[in-house]
Design a protein. Structure first.
Length: 144
């Protein structure tokens, strides 16, 4: 094999490596600088839901009350306007510094880390799904 053929094969191999690296997406759940700043600025005892996939991707919902309703009903605290969401789909409660999501007998269910749940204590960076909406949960850092 001539040096020219070896060089051409080497260039093709490099191009293939670069092309495949371009296809590998960055972590879709990584926080942008703006989102990280919002999480860092959370007052103690509060939390934040960020829509990662689905309608309104990038939207943020502050959890700063002891009870937050989630659903398709216009009076829901977190209004999710999609037919995959029940009118009264779920509620998120805060007690003793912990947040818990509870499904309210919704048609399509509430999912935590990919598993359907009736009720679940939320941990930092956990994934929630309500209908087509995929959220990541972030709680405030503990006060030092």
């Amino acid at each position: 094999m001539s040096n020219e053929n070896q060089q051409n094969q080497g260039e093709e191999l490099d191009a293939t490596r670069n092309f495949s690296a371009d296809l590998i997406a960055e972590d879709p759940f990584a926080l942008s600088a703006d989102e990280q700043a919002a999480v860092d600025a959370l007052p103690a005892g509060n939390a934040l839901l960020i829509v990662r996939r689905g309608p309104n991707k990038g939207s943020r919902f502050l959890l700063d009350q002891d009870l937050v309703t989630v659903g398709r009903h216009p009076n829901a605290d977190i209004f999710l306007d999609d037919v995959t969401v029940s009118r009264r789909h779920a509620e998120i409660s805060r007690a003793d510094g912990k947040f818990t999501i509870k499904d309210l007998a919704s048609l399509n269910g509430t999912y935590y880390q990919g598993s359907r749940v009736d009720s679940q204590v939320l941990v930092n960076a956990a994934e929630l799904q309500v209908g087509k909406y995929h959220f990541t949960f972030y709680s405030a850092k503990k006060a030092s």
